[in-house]
Design a protein around this ligand. Structure first.
Ligand code: FE
Ligand code: FE
Ligand code: ZN
Length: 277
């Protein structure tokens, strides 16, 4: 069965997210670990986690993808801000142990003029400090649009980060279709080539999840503005090919399209139909 879900609000806790997911035929979902623009985290309630785990088992909701606040920058020029990123993600990883066996996705960071190589080593250094042996969460580096000094717009950059991480088994990649398109990978016309390129540079065994979004902008625009499925420049047919691609179809897909719940429900149903063929 297709694993597909969407981004959900975490304000009412895990059980509420599980119920919302089930109500729209989602069997996976993503949420922000805390305010995406801030760093304050909500307390995790044992009761809520317990009811969620029971519901997730009953409704077969797995995996859960936590998303780090996107203001965090592991390769900021400012040491204080690098520390904020490190401490926040370390705390998130600790909290994720309440729901073991899931994923924690983050934006690698912006090198802000320090240069790609410096940025890459700062990101890897942070990962080496916060990933604990025996941890039950896999950290995912998200492919980025390559906006400004963003790291992760090229598969090579992600590979370089992964190569410097000691806990190799605890890191992977989340491919965002809007981002790779915006950074110049033509998934609309050359999906097979892009998949082969990912495999050559990073290895498909490191690909753990897909953010399924259309893009408001043309190939290589480096903009990062998500569109609804079929309402952007990538298009419905191309995104249907992503979901059904033999190398990708068993991965979990997460919609981050500009939608309310009904819109997500429609896109989920649409993708289930093409997946089942
Ligand atoms: Fe993201
Ligand atoms: Fe994304
Ligand atoms: Zn984005």
């Amino acid at each position: 069965m297709l694993r597909i879900g969407c981004h959900l609000s975490s304000s009412k806790g895990f059980k509420a997210m599980g119920q919302t997911a089930a109500s729209i035929q989602a069997n996976t979902f993503q949420f922000f670990t805390r305010n995406p623009r801030g760093t304050r985290a909500k307390e995790i309630k044992e009761e809520d986690v317990k009811s969620f785990l029971a519901l997730a088992a009953e409704k077969d909701i797995t995996p859960v993808l936590a998303h780090a606040p996107y203001i965090l920058n592991a390769c900021s020029k400012d040491e204080g801000l690098r520390k904020v990123a490190k401490d926040t993600m370390a705390d998130d990883l600790k909290r994720m142990e309440h729901i073991p066996g899931n994923f924690y996705n983050f934006h690698p960071g912006c090198h802000v003029g320090q240069g790609v190589e410096t940025g890459i080593s700062q990101i890897a250094a942070m990962l080496n400090e916060i990933i604990k042996p025996g941890q039950h969460t896999t950290m995912l580096l998200e492919t980025m649009a390559g906006k400004g000094s963003e790291i992760g717009g090229r598969f090579e950059e992600l590979r370089e980060i992964l190569d410097q991480v000691e806990e190799w088994e605890r890191v992977g990649v989340c491919l965002d279709t809007c981002h790779v398109w915006d950074s110049g990978y033509d998934i609309a016309n050359r999906l097979d080539e892009v998949v082969r390129e990912f495999d050559r540079v990073i290895g498909l065994n490191k690909l753990k999840a897909i953010h399924l979004n259309d893009s408001m902008n043309p190939l290589g625009s480096r903009k990062d503005r998500h569109a609804r499925i079929g309402e952007g420049k990538i298009g419905y047919d191309a995104l249907a090919r992503v979901v059904t691609h033999p190398a990708l179809r068993e991965l979990p897909f997460f919609l981050e399209t500009p939608n309310e719940l009904e819109g997500y429900a429609r896109e989920i149903a649409m993708m289930r139909r093409v997946w089942e063929g």
